[in-house]
Unconditional design. Structure first.
Lengths: 485, 301, 303
C-alpha cells in the first residue's frame, strides 16, 4: 500500500471508514451519496472527453491495460439479490462501446462454485467473475493457487472520469484494503453496505414504538411486540445464520472495540471466549428466546416476506435488503435502519455505532484468456457512469464516490444515511474470516443456530466456536491470513 | 414365468367388485379400515402434488398465509413467467432427446455386456463383472471433477453427445448387474439348440436371447429412462452455464427454485414445478401399466 | 460360419467396457489418487500427503455423525418402506377376501396402485422442492396448517434435531412405497392360486394368509427390495441439500456423507479430504452390497 498515491500511507482503516461515515450519504434531497471524495478534491471536469493523443498502440491513455480491441470477453455474474441487469444493461454495453469489435459472453448463475470450479481446474476460465452467493468460490484458495490476478494495476490506472486521478482515489477509503489477500489487492469489493437491524418505521410509528437502544430495552420491547402478536426479532436459520452472527460480532465489537474483530480474523487464541464475546452471545441468545422456533427452517426471503407482512419487527441484515424486497414490499412499508442495542453501560462504542464496509467481490482470473479485458471491465464498473447505472439497476450503493449524485433516496437509504451521520466515526469494522476460512464459518453458522434457538448456552457457544477456530488454526492444509487493521 | 405373470396384476382386480356386489358381501370392519388406510395414503400422495398446482395460482401472501385455502383467482401469470424465464419447454425437449439416445445406448451396450458376462466363461469374466458392479457403490460426484476433464479433453463438454455418453457409462453398472442376473435365469437349452443349428453367437443373442429376455429388458429400460430423466448432478457439471439453451429439465427446476428464493417469486416456482410434473404425469397415466409392470417384472423373477 | 467364441466376446465387450473405463473407472481411479493428496481442486498441482486425510477422518465428528445417519437410514428407511408396502400390496391384492377359492383384491385397487406409484416418476429435485412447502415449520406449512385445524401446535419437522432426519426419511418412504407396492403385487400375483386355495380350505384367515403364506413366498422379492433401498440409503443427497437447515443441520442432525463430500469439495475446496470421505463411503457401500449380494445370490436355474 506504500505506493498508494492518493491515500495517505498512514491513514488507518478506522479513519477511512470514519470519512465514509462523515462525508458519505448526507441525507436530504439532492445531497449526493458518497459525494465528497475522500481525498478532498472534487472531480475535475472529465478530460477523457478529448480524444487521447495516441490510440494506435496497444497501451494508450484510453486503454491503459492494452486490451486487444477484438478479444472476446466472458463475464460471469452471480444472479442473486443484485440481479444481473446491471451487467447486461450497464457494464457490458459500456465495454461494448469501448471495444465495439469485442464479443461479450454473459453467464448468470447462482452456483458459482459448481459452475466454475471445474473450469478453473481445467484452465478454461472467464475473464471477470462476480464471486458471491452461498456457493461462492473460496477466494483465498484461488489466490493461493495463483488463479487470481493482482489488482494493483487496476487501482493505479487512470480513472475514466478523471484521467489525472487514479482509480483508487475515486473510491471510498478502505475499499482497496478490504480486498487484500496476503497483503495484496485481489478482490474488487464493489458494493457499499451498512449493517444493523431493519424495521418498518411506519409500523413502529403506528404502534408508538421506538427501536431499543440497550438490551434491557430490547427485552422490554420484545415483550411488547410479542403482546402485539409480532415476533420482535427474527432471522432465517435455514440459509442465513450469518445474519445473526454478524449481530453477535457487531455487539462484541461495540463492547470491546474493533480489535476483537481483527483478532477473530487472525484466529487469536481464546478470542471467542473473551468477556465481550460471551456477553454479546448471551445478550443475543436472550433475544433469541422470543423468536419462534420455526424461523430456523425458513430461508431469508421467507423471513423478509414475513417482515413485509408485519409479522416480524426487527430483522438483521445489510443495506441491500430494501432492494431485495422491492417487489414484495407494500407501499406503506418504510424500511429503516437502527444500530444494534448497547449490551453494557461500559461499551467502548456508543449505541449509534454501525458496521459499514465494502463487499461483493469481483475478481479477474489470472489465467483468463482476456485478463486485460477483465481489468478494463472493472475499471468501467468503477467509472461514475458504471456505478450510477449499477445503483439504478440494483438499488445498491457502490464504493465509487459521488456516483449516486442526483438519484432519489429511498426510505431505507435515507434512514441509512441518517444512521451513518449519527454513527460518525464509530464504525464497526468488517470481517474477513468469512472469505478466508469457509470451514470455520460453516461451523460458526451451525453453532449460531444452536445458540439462537436455545439448544446451547452462550458459554457453550463460545467454547465450541473457539474449538472450531483452534481447529482451523491447527489445520496445515488451510493457508492462514493476517490483517492488521 | 415372469413373462406371463407380470402383465396380469393390473388386469385382474376389476372383477371382484362385481363379484362382491352380486354376493352382497357386506364390507366388514376390515374392509372399512383397509379402505381408510389406502385412502389416507392416496391423499398423502395426491395432496402435495395438487397443492403445488393450486399454489401456482396463489400470490406470495396467499402462499404464506393459510396453506389450506384455494387461491383467490385463477390467473396464469405465474405460469407465463415460469415459461418465459425458466424455458421449461426447451429443457423438456432437450431432456427427451438426451434420455432417448442415452437409454437406447445403455440398453444395447448393457445387454451385450451382461449377456457375455452371464453366459460365457473366459478369463477375466469375474474381474470385468465386479468392475461394473462396484460402480454402483461409488458416490457419483466424487468423480465429478476428474470426469469434467475427461469429457473436456474429448471435446465433449457442453454437448449433448457428451452427456449421452456419460449417462450410458453411469447407467451401465446397474444395467449389467441386473441383466446378467436375468440372463442367468434364462434356460440355456434354447440357445444351445440355436447354436447347434449353426446360429452365430451374435445372431443367437439378437434373435433368440433378446426376445427371451424381453421382460427384463423392458423393466431396466424404464428404470434407466426414469433414472436418467431425474439425473441432477451430471448435467450441472457437463452442461455449464455457457450453454443454457442445452440445459436439461432438472437443472431448470433447480435454477428456478434458487431464483424463487432470491427473487421471492414462489408462485413462479410452483408454476415451473407444475410444468415439469404435468408431462411426466400424462405419460405415466397413459403408460402406467407398462411402466409398473416393466419396472417390477424383472425384479420379481 | 460360426464365429469363434473369443472374437465374439471381445466384440461384445469392447464398446461398453471402453465407455465405462473412460467415463467411470478413470475418474474414480483419479479420485482415489486425489484422496492421498491435498488437492484444492483448482490448479493441477496436488501434493502427495499419504494417508493424512484418512487419519484426519477419525476425529472428524461431522464425518461420524454422517456415518451414523447412514446407519439409521439403512435401518429405518427400508424397514418402514417394506412394512407399509407389504401391508398395502396385501390389501390391494388379497384384502378383498376370497371368492370361490380365488383371492381377490380390494375394490378400487387399480386406482390406488396408479396413485401410489406416482411419486416414483417425479425427479428427486422436484420432490425436494415440493416438500419444502409441506414441511414448512410454521402454520403456513401444509402439514402444520392441517395440524393447526385440529388444535395442534406447529411441529418443527426439519428444525427439531430429534425428528429432522426422520422427516427426511419420511420423504424417501413417501416416494418409494408405491414402487414396492407394485413390486410386491406382481410377486403376490405370481404365487400359484392353489396355495391360497389350500390354505383357505384349511380355514386360514387373512392374517394367517399374510404372515404364514404371503411373506415367506415373497421373501426373494423382499431381498431384492432391500438391495434397492439400501443403495438409496447411501445417497439421500438431493433431499438433504434441499430440505435441511443449513444443509445437514440443525446441529449436523441430518447430514449424510454425500452432503459432507460435496461441502468439503465445493465449499471448502478440500478435494483431497473430500475424496478420502468418498473412499470411506465406497467401502461402506461395497460392504453392504457384498453382504446383500451374498444373501440374495441367485442360483442358475436349469430347465
Amino acid at each position: 500500500m506504500s505506493h498508494s498515491a492518493g491515500t495517505p500511507g498512514d491513514i488507518t482503516r478506522r479513519q477511512m471508514l470514519r470519512r465514509i461515515g462523515m462525508s458519505a450519504l448526507i441525507a436530504g434531497p439532492g445531497a449526493g451519496l458518497l459525494t465528497a471524495c475522500a481525498t478532498g478534491g472534487g472531480a475535475a471536469p472529465a478530460s477523457s472527453a478529448s480524444p487521447a493523443a495516441s490510440a494506435g498502440g496497444a497501451v494508450s491513455a484510453k486503454n491503459p491495460f492494452g486490451v486487444p480491441a477484438n478479444a472476446p470477453l466472458e463475464v460471469v455474474i452471480f444472479k442473486g439479490g443484485l440481479g444481473d441487469g446491471y451487467a447486461v444493461e450497464v457494464h457490458e454495453p459500456l465495454y461494448k462501446k469501448a471495444f465495439p469489435q469485442a464479443q461479450i459472453k454473459h453467464v448468470a448463475t447462482q452456483q458459482i462454485a459448481q459452475t466454475l470450479q471445474p473450469r478453473f481446474a481445467g484452465g478454461d476460465v472467464p475473464d471477470m467473475i462476480a464471486n458471491s452467493g452461498t456457493d461462492l468460490m473460496d477466494n483465498a484458495a484461488l489466490q493461493k493457487e495463483g488463479q487470481l490476478l493482482e489488482l494493483t494495476e487496476l487501482w493505479d490506472a487512470p480513472s475514466i472520469d478523471d484521467p489525472s486521478k487514479k482509480v483508487r482515489d475515486m473510491v471510498a477509503p478502505g475499499t482497496v484494503e478490504s480486498g487484500l489477500i496476503d497483503g495484496k489487492p485481489y478482490l474488487m469489493n464493489y458494493v457499499f453496505s451498512a449493517y444493523g437491524l431493519w424495521y418498518d418505521s411506519a409500523l413502529f410509528e403506528e404502534k408508538g414504538w421506538t427501536p431499543p437502544k440497550t438490551f434491557d430495552e430490547f427485552k422490554t420491547f420484545a415483550e411488547t411486540a410479542k403482546a402485539a402478536g409480532i415476533t420482535p426479532f427474527a432471522y432465517a436459520g435455514k440459509n442465513a445464520a450469518y445474519y445473526a452472527y454478524w449481530m453477535i460480532l457487531i455487539s462484541a465489537a461495540k463492547i470491546e472495540g474493533n480489535q476483537i474483530l481483527v483478532d477473530v480474523d487472525n484466529l487469536v487464541d481464546g478470542v471467542w471466549q473473551r468477556d465481550a464475546m460471551k456477553q454479546s452471545a448471551a445478550a443475543w441468545a436472550e433475544i433469541g428466546k422470543h423468536m419462534d422456533k420455526s424461523f430456523e427452517g425458513l430461508i431469508h426471503t421467507e423471513v423478509q416476506l414475513r417482515q413485509n407482512q408485519g409479522k416480524v419487527a426487527l430483522y438483521p441484515s445489510g443495506s441491500w435488503l430494501e432492494n431485495e424486497q422491492k417487489a414484495q414490499t407494500p407501499k406503506e412499508f418504510k424500511y429503516a435502519l437502527t444500530p444494534t442495542p448497547s449490551v453494557t453501560a461500559a461499551d467502548k462504542m456508543p449505541f449509534e455505532a454501525i458496521r459499514a464496509a465494502a463487499g461483493e467481490a469481483y475478481i479477474v482470473p489470472s489465467k483468463a484468456k482476456n485478463p486485460r479485458g477483465g481489468l478494463e471491465y472493472l475499471r468501467l464498473m468503477l467509472s461514475k457512469e458504471g456505478a450510477k447505472g449499477f445503483t439504478e439497476k440494483s438499488g445498491n450503493i457502490t464504493v465509487v464516490t459521488g456516483a449516486a449524485d442526483g438519484l432519489e433516496l429511498t426510505p431505507g437509504n435515507a434512514s441509512l444515511s441518517a444512521a451513518q451521520t449519527a454513527a460518525g466515526q464509530n464504525i464497526v469494522t468488517f470481517s474477513s474470516f468469512e472469505n478466508w476460512y469457509k470451514e470455520f464459518e460453516t461451523e460458526l453458522r451451525k453453532q449460531t443456530n444452536a445458540l439462537m434457538f436455545g439448544r446451547i448456552s452462550a458459554d457453550e457457544f463460545c467454547e465450541k466456536v473457539q474449538k472450531a477456530a483452534d481447529k482451523t488454526k491447527a489445520d496445515s492444509s488451510i493457508t492462514k491470513q493476517k490483517r492488521t487493521v | 414365468m415372469a413373462t406371463d405373470t407380470a402383465r396380469k396384476p393390473a388386469a385382474r382386480p376389476s372383477a371382484p367388485a362385481h363379484v362382491r356386489r352380486r354376493r352382497k358381501n357386506p364390507i366388514g370392519a376390515f374392509g372399512v379400515l383397509s379402505h381408510l388406510a389406502l385412502l389416507v395414503w392416496a391423499i398423502l400422495i395426491v395432496g402435495p402434488i395438487l397443492w403445488t398446482f393450486l399454489s401456482s395460482f396463489k400470490t406470495n401472501t396467499e402462499i404464506f398465509g393459510d396453506a389450506i385455502t384455494l387461491p383467490a383467482s385463477f390467473g396464469w401469470d405465474a405460469w407465463g413467467r415460469a415459461w418465459e424465464k425458466a424455458h421449461i419447454g426447451q429443457y423438456m425437449l432437450n431432456t427427451v432427446f438426451v434420455v432417448a439416445c442415452a437409454t437406447a445406448g445403455t440398453m444395447l451396450l448393457g445387454s451385450m455386456a451382461a449377456y457375455v458376462l452371464a453366459r460365457y466363461t473366459f478369463p477375466g469374466n469375474r474381474l470385468i463383472y465386479f468392475l461394473f458392479v462396484s460402480g454402483m457403490t461409488f458416490p457419483v460426484f466424487l468423480a465429478l471433477v476428474p470426469l469434467f476433464f475427461v469429457v473436456k479433453n474429448l471435446g465433449l463438454l457442453d454437448t449433448h453427445l457428451g452427456v449421452i455418453l456419460v449417462y450410458i457409462a453411469y447407467s451401465l453398472p446397474f444395467t449389467v448387474f441386473f441383466l446378467s442376473a436375468f440372463f442367468k435365469t434364462l434356460p440355456t437349452s434354447v440357445a444351445e439348440a440355436a447354436m447347434m443349428d449353426g446360429c452365430s453367437h451374435t445372431r443367437t443373442f439378437f434373435q433368440i436371447m433378446v426376445p427371451m429376455a424381453k421382460p427384463g429388458l423392458v423393466s431396466i429400460t424404464i428404470f434407466n429412462i426414469l433414472g436418467q430423466w431425474n439425473q441432477y448432478l451430471l448435467p450441472i457439471v457437463l452442461l455449464t452455464g455457457n450453454v443454457e439453451d442445452k440445459w436439461l429439465i432438472t437443472q431448470g427446476v433447480a435454477n428456478i427454485s434458487t431464483n424463487a428464493g432470491y427473487e421471492a417469486d414462489w408462485p413462479g416456482l410452483f408454476a415451473a414445478l407444475s410444468m415439469a410434473i404435468v408431462p411426466v404425469m400424462i405419460v405415466y397415466i397413459i403408460f402406467q401399466r407398462q411402466i409398473q409392470s416393466g419396472l417390477t417384472s424383472g425384479a420379481v423373477k | 460360419m460360426r464365429q469363434g467364441k473369443y472374437p465374439f466376446i471381445v466384440g461384445f465387450l469392447a464398446a461398453p467396457v471402453l465407455l465405462y473405463v473412460v467415463f467411470v473407472v478413470s475418474p474414480y481411479v483419479q479420485a482415489f489418487y486425489i484422496s492421498l493428496t491435498d488437492w484444492k481442486g483448482i490448479s493441477a498441482n496436488p501434493r502427495f500427503i499419504g494417508l493424512e486425510n484418512f487419519t484426519r477422518l477419525f476425529d472428524d465428528e461431522v464425518f461420524w455423525a454422517a456415518v451414523r445417519h447412514h446407519g439409521v437410514l439403512l435401518l429405518v428407511m427400508p424397514l418402514a418402506t417394506l412394512v407399509i408396502a407389504l401391508f398395502f400390496s396385501f390389501l390391494l391384492n388379497l384384502g378383498g377376501g376370497q371368492h370361490g377359492g380365488r383371492m381377490a383384491g380390494i375394490w378400487g385397487s387399480k386406482v390406488y396402485r396408479v396413485i401410489f406409484f406416482l411419486p416414483q416418476v417425479l425427479a428427486v429435485a422436484i420432490v425436494g422442492v415440493l416438500f419444502q412447502a409441506i414441511y414448512r415449520p410454521d402454520e403456513t406449512g401444509v402439514l402444520n396448517s392441517l395440524l393447526g385445524k385440529v388444535g395442534i401446535d406447529p411441529v418443527g419437522w426439519l428444525i427439531d434435531p430429534d425428528i429432522a432426519l426422520l422427516s427426511i426419511i419420511g420423504v424417501m418412504v413417501w416416494q418409494a412405497v408405491g414402487f414396492y407396492v407394485v413390486l410386491f403385487s406382481a410377486g403376490m400375483s405370481s404365487i400359484p392360486p392353489d396355495v391360497f386355495e389350500a390354505a383357505a380350505l384349511d380355514g386360514a384367515g387373512r392374517f394367517t394368509l399374510f404372515f404364514r403364506i404371503t411373506i415367506p413366498l415373497l421373501w426373494d422379492t423382499m431381498q431384492v427390495a432391500w438391495v434397492y433401498l439400501g443403495i438409496a440409503a447411501f445417497d439421500a443427497f438431493a433431499l438433504v441439500q434441499v430440505l435441511s437447515v443449513d444443509r445437514g443441520g440443525p446441529d449436523n442432525s441430518t447430514t449424510v456423507l454425500p452432503m459432507e463430500i460435496w461441502r468439503t469439495a465445493f465449499n471448502f475446496s478440500k478435494f483431497g479430504y473430500a475424496s478420502a470421505m468418498g473412499v470411506a463411503l465406497f467401502f461402506l457401500t461395497i460392504t453392504f452390497a457384498a453382504l446383500t449380494l451374498r444373501v440374495t445370490r441367485r442360483e442358475r436355474i436349469e430347465f
